[in-house]
Ligand binder design. Structure first.
Ligand code: NAP
Length: 483
C-alpha cells in the first residue's frame, strides 16, 4: 500500500531530504513508511519560490485555473481507493469513512473548478451627489499572494484540499505543512499537482515538526496564514503572524438539542454517528446532548443500546465503526477525563473503557459542569447527556461554552428554529440534523474560541483575495476637445 519513502515537494519538485519522519499504522503502532522531513532551509527556499511565483500565478486566466482543478479531480478520482487506504492506515480512520473523505475531497476540488470562473466583481454608481457626477467604481478581487497552510491529522486529505483548491482557484502560490502524524495523503496530492503545468514555485508541500514551521507564520512575504488545528496552537499563531491575514479553523464541544416530540427513530442513529464517527475526532463531533425531560430516559436507553453495538477494531475491516485514537496517549487522556467525571459524580451510561489506542463509545450523564468532558474539547468517542426543562433551558446550555462552531437542533417548531438561528453563538445552526453535518461548499467556521474567518470554497476564495477599486472619472473622457 505504501512505498518505502515519500519525497516532499519544494517549488513543485519532489525532493528526498537528509532527514525523514516515520509514519505509523495507528492501530498497531508499526512504522509503515517514511516521509522526507523539511528543515528551516527548505522552508526559506519554498517561501522565496512562492514569492517569485506570485505574479505568474496571478496572471493565470480563469479557464486555465479551472482546467488545472478539473485535471486534479480526474486524478483524485482515478486514485480513489489508493488514497482511501493510505488515509485509513495513516490516520486510523475506518475504511468506509476514509472513502467518504476522498469523495468529499473530489467534491471540494470540483466546487473550486466551478468557482474559479465565477469571480465576479461589482460596478458602483458613484454619482451619489452633484459633485460626484461622472464617477463610477469597478471592484475586483485580486489574489493576496503567497499563502501558508497548516493542517491537522483528523481529515488530512479534505482539510488540505479546503486550502489548496481555493488557492488554485484564485491564483495564489502556497506552502502546505501537513500534520506530522498524517503527511502521506498531502504528499499524494503533491504528486498529482507536480504533474500539472504550473508556474515554478506555485506550491510546496513540506512535512516538518510544528515549531519548525515558524517561518511560515512570521515571514512577511507570506500574505495569508490559514490554520486548521487546536485552539491552543491557533490563537498563539495569531499573536505571532504580524501583518498577514489569518484564518483559524479550530475546535469545539458541539451541542445537539433533542426537543420534545422528536422522532427518536431518526434521531438516535444520527446522534450515534455524530458522537462516535471517527472515534469522536472531529471538530464538530456531538459532545453535548441536551434532551427534553419528556423523552430523556427513552433517548438515553436507545442511544446506549446503539452505541454498545458499534464495532471497534482494525480500521481496514469493512465492518469497523470505531478506529483507534491518533495516539495511545490521546486515548489515555480520554480515559483520564472519563475517570475524573465519574469521580466527581457522573454515571457511565455505556462504554468507558480503553483498549490500547481504542476507546469504547462512551455516554455519560449527571456530569458536573467543571468536568473536562463537559467544557473542554474531548476529541474522543465520548458524549455527555443532560436533561433540559424546556427550549429556553436548552438554548442557555448550548451557549454555555467557550466554543462556538456548529449546533444541531431536532425540533419541528418553526418559532424555535428561528430563535435558535437568532440566539446561538455559533458559526452554523443545523436544524433536523446533528451539528456534525458539513457540506463542502457551505461557509464553515466558528466564533468564540472556535475560530476566525470562514472556509467553504467560495468563502476561502474571499479570504485569499483582496478587493481593489478602479475609480473612473468619465468627465475626463468626455471633454469636448477629446484631449
Ligand atoms: P494541532 O496539534 O493544533 O496541530 C495542527 C497542526 O499545527 C499540525 O500540522 C501541527 O504540526 C501544527 N503545529 C503544532 N504546533 C505548531 C507551531 N508551534 N507552529 C506551527 N504549526 C504548529 O491539532 P491536531 O491535534 O492535529 O488536530 C486536532 C484539532 O484540530 C482539534 O482541536 C480539532 O477540533 C481541530 N480541527 C478543526 C477543524 C475546523 O475546521 N474547525 C477541522 C479539523 C480539526 P505537528 O503535527 O507537526 O505537531
Amino acid at each position: 500500500m505504501f512505498r518505502e519513502q515519500y519525497p516532499y515537494f519544494l517549488a513543485n519538485r519532489p525532493v528526498q531530504a537528509n532527514a525523514d519522519l516515520p509514519v505509523r499504522h495507528k492501530a498497531t503502532g508499526e512504522t509503515v513508511t517514511r516521509v522526507a522531513l523539511a528543515d528551516r532551509n527548505a522552508l526559506e527556499r519554498a517561501i522565496a519560490a512562492a514569492a517569485d511565483a506570485a505574479p505568474a500565478m496571478r496572471r493565470l486566466p480563469a479557464w486555465r485555473r479551472q482546467e488545472i482543478l478539473l485535471s486534479f479531480v480526474a486524478a483524485l478520482t482515478e486514485r480513489h481507493e489508493e488514497l482511501a487506504r493510505a488515509l485509513c492506515v495513516e490516520a486510523g480512520k475506518p475504511i468506509r469513512d476514509a472513502r467518504t473523505e476522498v469523495t468529499r475531497a473530489i467534491d471540494t476540488f470540483r466546487i473550486a473548478a466551478e468557482e474559479a470562473v465565477r469571480m465576479y466583481g461589482e460596478i458602483l454608481p458613484l454619482d451619489i451627489s452633484e459633485r460626484n457626477t461622472g464617477y463610477e467604481g469597478h471592484v475586483r478581487r485580486f489574489p493576496v499572494g503567497p499563502c501558508a497552510f497548516i493542517t491537522p491529522f483528523n481529515f488530512p486529505l479534505n482539510l488540505a484540499a479546503h486550502k489548496m483548491a481555493p488557492a488554485l482557484a484564485v491564483g495564489c502560490p502556497f506552502i502546505l505543512k501537513p500534520a506530522s502524524s498524517t503527511p502521506v495523503s498531502s504528499l499524494l496530492m503533491g504528486e498529482i499537482l507536480a504533474a500539472q503545468d504550473l508556474p515554478e514555485g506555485a506550491f510546496s508541500i513540506l512535512p516538518c515538526r510544528g515549531p519548525d514551521a515558524e517561518p511560515l507564520v512570521r515571514d512577511e512575504r507570506i500574505k495569508l496564514l490559514s490554520f486548521t488545528g487546536s485552539p491552543e496552537v491557533g490563537w498563539r499563531l495569531k499573536q505571532q503572524c504580524g501583518r498577514k491575514k489569518i484564518a483559524l479553523e479550530l475546535g469545539g464541544n458541539a451541542a445537539c438539542v433533542v426537543d420534545e416530540g422528536s422522532d427518536l427513530d431518526y434521531v438516535v442513529p444520527r446522534l450515534v454517528t455524530g458522537a462516535f464517527y471517527q472515534s469522536g475526532q472531529s471538530c464538530i463531533s456531538v459532545q453535548r446532548i441536551f434532551a427534553h425531560a419528556s423523552l430523556y430516559e427513552e433517548l438515553r436507553d436507545r442511544l446506549a443500546a446503539a452505541a454498545t453495538a458499534l464495532e471497534w477494531g482494525d480500521p481496514l475491516d469493512e465492518e469497523t465503526f470505531l478506529g483507534p485514537l491518533i495516539t495511545e496517549e490521546d486515548a489515555e487522556r480520554v480515559e483520564r477525563w472519563i475517570a475524573e467525571a465519574v469521580q466527581a459524580g457522573a454515571r457511565i451510561v455505556c462504554g468507558g473503557r480503553r483498549h490500547g489506542p481504542f476507546v469504547e463509545a462512551t455516554l455519560l450523564e449527571d456530569v458536573p459542569p467543571m468536568a473536562h468532558v463537559n467544557w473542554r474539547e474531548v476529541f474522543g468517542p465520548v458524549a455527555v447527556l443532560k436533561k433540559v426543562r424546556d427550549f429556553d433551558h436548552a438554548l442557555h446550555c448550548v451557549n454555555n461554552s467557550e466554543y462556538g462552531l456548529q449546533a444541531g437542533f431536532f425540533t419541528r417548531d418553526f418559532g424555535r428554529v428561528r430563535r435558535a438561528f437568532a440566539e446561538c453563538e455559533v458559526g452554523g445552526v443545523v436544524v433536523g440534523d446533528i451539528p456534525s453535518m458539513r457540506v463542502d461548499s457551505m461557509p464553515y467556521g466558528g466564533v468564540k474560541k472556535s475560530g476566525f474567518g470562514r472556509e467553504g470554497i467560495r468563502y476561502a476564495m474571499e479570504e485569499m483575495t483582496e478587493p481593489r477599486l478602479l475609480l473612473i472619472n468619465d468627465n475626463y473622457f468626455n471633454r469636448e476637445d477629446g484631449s
